[in-house]
Design a binder for this molecule. Structure first.
Ligand SMILES: C[S@@+](CC[C@H](N)C(=O)[O-])C[C@H]1O[C@@H](n2cnc3c(N)ncnc32)[C@H](O)[C@@H]1O
Length: 386
């Protein structure tokens, strides 16, 4: 692959080399090979060196842009959609996972305040120290009067609460395993080093029947077909279920139902890397300096939810979720005579809802316990796809 990417600073290169050395040492001490999910865990989350543990900026100043950064309307619709879920709960909590710059927390709380439905508390579980500081700053500036409701958690709560858990583009940051199809067999694709010490893809020669979900027809997939799956998501859903006494999980992410995910023509899977707004497909370069994501198999999330007694109550595209939830009505009510503001809003709406942009490929899934989803969510239900 011929990539032209911006040069990292000397300080960043040194940090990346330090992380690469740790990974190379681990490869050597593991017999020359590590699974890809282990590599992804290291490059994204190694304390002090991994991408997310050192990240402090998102949006224009970062490597990628997410829906809450595109427009406050996104978070306002999320607030409208979760209001009916919060209403019947006792002392409801909103818990946000991976809160980015904190902009979604601010907008969500402001909208809930406008509608007189503030939750008892707003909890944020953030793995990145840099982002946590950034979130604190955003909330101090934007909603000082609501700050007392906000709490940062070190880990998931020990005792179950009633509330709604929101996670935008979090599941796609959970490490994935990779596999490659060889003569009808599914072999794990991991990372090793080549003779000059550089990181390289490497196939394990041992079959790993438990590697991929059982119902993927690997025999029908072409020789060399390569993709990924995310075993860690199953225990993640189970852990979230354990702390939810009553309420819902709202998961928003790039992804597909399984049949669409493992389509024969998607020969290289969905792994993507983002470095200063350049998208490419080589996760083995710039360790710790670039984001790595893979789309979400929503069928796997539904199976994980089912196994722990959460209801798979809704699944739809981001476009339907936002439009049925009142996106255009909120934009119109917002008014604003300035032409530049109107153009900016219209561009944001397009980016969030157009099928060729985020509208179709980003999905929203609601997993519930003893609460009913509002009609605005189920209007364009696509659970039959799962
Ligand atoms: C792509 S960013 C999305 C940030 C934000 N939600 C947004 O939409 O702008 C992914 C976030 O997920 C967080 N994350 C990844 N795994 C997580 C986990 N298991 N629990 C909580 N946060 C997690 C990362 O630290 C990061 O903040």
């Amino acid at each position: 692959m011929n990539l032209t990417l911006p040069e990292p600073s000397r300080e960043m290169s040194a940090r990346s080399e330090q992380l690469q050395q740790i990974i190379v040492d681990e490869i050597h001490s593991s017999g020359g090979w590590i699974p890809f999910d282990h590599y992804m865990e290291r490059v994204l989350y190694t304390p002090g060196l991994g991408y997310y543990s050192t990240l402090s900026g998102l949006g224009a100043e970062g490597d990628f842009i997410t829906a809450p950064e595109i427009s406050p309307l996104f978070s306002r619709v999320v607030a409208r959609q979760i209001m009916p879920l919060l209403a019947p709960l006792e002392r409801p909590i909103v818990m946000e996972l991976g809160a980015g710059s904190g902009v979604m927390a601010a907008e969500l709380l402001l909208e809930l305040e406008r509608c007189q439905q503030l939750p008892e508390g707003y909890w944020i579980l953030e793995l990145s120290g840099g982002l946590r500081a950034r979130q604190q700053q955003t909330l101090e500036e934007r909603i000082p009067h609501l700050l007392e409701r906000v709490r940062w958690l070190e880990h998931l709560p020990d005792s179950p609460f009633q509330g709604v858990v929101v996670a935008n583009e979090v599941v796609d940051a959970i490490p994935v395993e990779r596999f490659i199809v060889r003569q009808g067999r599914t072999l794990p694709l991991g990372v090793s080093t080549n003779p000059d010490g550089a990181l390289t893809w490497s196939e394990s020669h041992e079959d790993a029947p438990s590697l991929v979900p059982e119902d993927i027809e690997t025999t029908g997939l072409a020789e060399g077909y390569c993709s990924e799956w995310r075993p860690a998501a199953t225990s993640w859903i189970a852990a979230l279920s354990d702390c939810l006494a009553r309420g819902a999980l709202l998961l928003v992410d790039y992804g597909y139902a399984r049949s669409e995910y493992y389509r024969p023509e998607r020969q290289q899977g969905t792994l993507s890397c983002f470095y200063r707004h350049h998208r490419h497909e080589d996760p083995l370069i710039l360790p710790g300096l670039q984001d790595i994501t893979a789309h979400v198999d929503f069928t796997a999330l539904a199976e994980a939810a089912d196994a722990v007694g959460l209801g798979v109550a809704g699944y739809t595209s981001q476009a339907y979720f936002l439009l049925a939830g009142g996106l255009t009505e909120l934009a119109e009510a917002e008014g604003g005579d300035e032409l530049s503001h109107r153009i900016e809003t219209s561009r944001a709406i397009q980016q969030l809802t157009m099928p060729a942009q985020m509208g179709e490929v980003v999905k929203v899934m609601a997993l519930t316990r003893d609460v009913a989803l509002p009609e605005t969510f189920t209007l364009h239900d696509q659970r039959h796809m799962l």
